[in-house]
Design a protein around this ligand. Sequence first.
Ligand code: GLY
Ligand code: MN
Ligand code: MN
Length: 439
Amino acid sequence: MESISPAEFAARRAQLLAFLASQERPAAAVLSAHPERQRSRDTDYPYRQHSDFYYLTGFTEPNALLVLRPGSAAQQHIFVQPSDPHAEVWHGRRLGVDAAPARLGVDQAYSYEHDIEQLTELLDGVETVFYLFDDTNLADLLQQVGATMRRPKSGYQAAAQYGDLSTYMAQQRLYKSAAEIALLRKACSISAEAHKRAMKACKPGLYEYQLAAELHYQFAYHGALSPAYGSIVGGGDNACILHYTENSSALADGDLVLIDAGAEYQGYAGDITRTFPVNGRFSADQAALYEVVLAAQAAALAELRPDSTLEPAQLAAARAITEGLLALGILTGSLADNLEQASYKRFFIHGLGHWLGLDVHDVGTYEVNGSKRVLEPNMVLTIEPGIYIPRGLGDVDARWHGIGIRIEDDILITADGYDNLTAAVPKTIAEIEQWMRNQ
Ligand code: GLY
Ligand code: MN
Ligand code: MN
């Protein structure tokens, strides 16, 4: 089974320690596990670890802290939930303090119940404390620790400044290791099979949630216990709501249905969109619009290579959509004027894609020092153009109303181009119609 090795987690922490050691003044990093979230009365939402915490530890329990402080003999410290037979009978096994150092490859472990006292000791003399500024719970904890250290005659030396760790983490996570790529391939392949299953199961009268059930069955059966994000199954006009997750309507004969769903496998996300006819046959108008989106995706993909930015792909997709909408009479005027005014944005209302990894909208900036980021091997991103014409767009011919189309694949940048990790899902009109026909 694919997984990230303890040695790889250790190497990630070693790199962060090296980053801390390279600071001018004594520095440490503190990261916290995600909090548990109440769903109703005494039940919680299924727990999901914070991606950065997971990236550095592989640890999946809540109520945990990681502290890295270079220089001393013990550099890696973890706070975990203490063993508690009663709590464990009710809520599940805990690693516990004693087992944590060997299992997680750190020097020292403590109970998170003593976090304030112990953090005060660990951070004494650290001038810059790095943490994720978005982590407001941890900010509160660090405030308390700082207040304790600054008490008169405390004898401690409190931090003089705080640094945001998110830029460092994003830069690290942007480049996927071989083991991460194997997990992404697995997430993508489970997601691809789920889309194929839903396509096959589709027929008029089915409810959107029943197609979602086909997807989720396939995810879970193959060890992806959660979707990577709320699955979107939108028939007809519902496909024009970008993050439609109600999935509550019946699928109508003659409509298209848009499915945007991906499995999360060992923390890594798949993210696929396909749009297909509920009854298995595209109408002429649906096919015409579908071909425009398909051509836009192909044009964008053709521009992907290392040493290029994403800009040529974005321009190619915008041009293909503009040309297609002009040919169908949905846009009017000259190509040059429409490109100049970016009139396609009325119909292609979101970006071309995003980084993909532990988070579906993964970390990593799209610009570096004010310029578009150059693509490099082992980056993974989605390419997902779309056209959406909701009912009620009065100035567009009614024959196009209630059509939302998006086509999304997950792309690994390689040394000589790219690898489409989700190519297994039927995508051309002929492929889709054939797949849906062969029951
Ligand atoms: N599923 C969200 C997205 O495609 O970005
Ligand atoms: Mn996406
Ligand atoms: Mn998606």
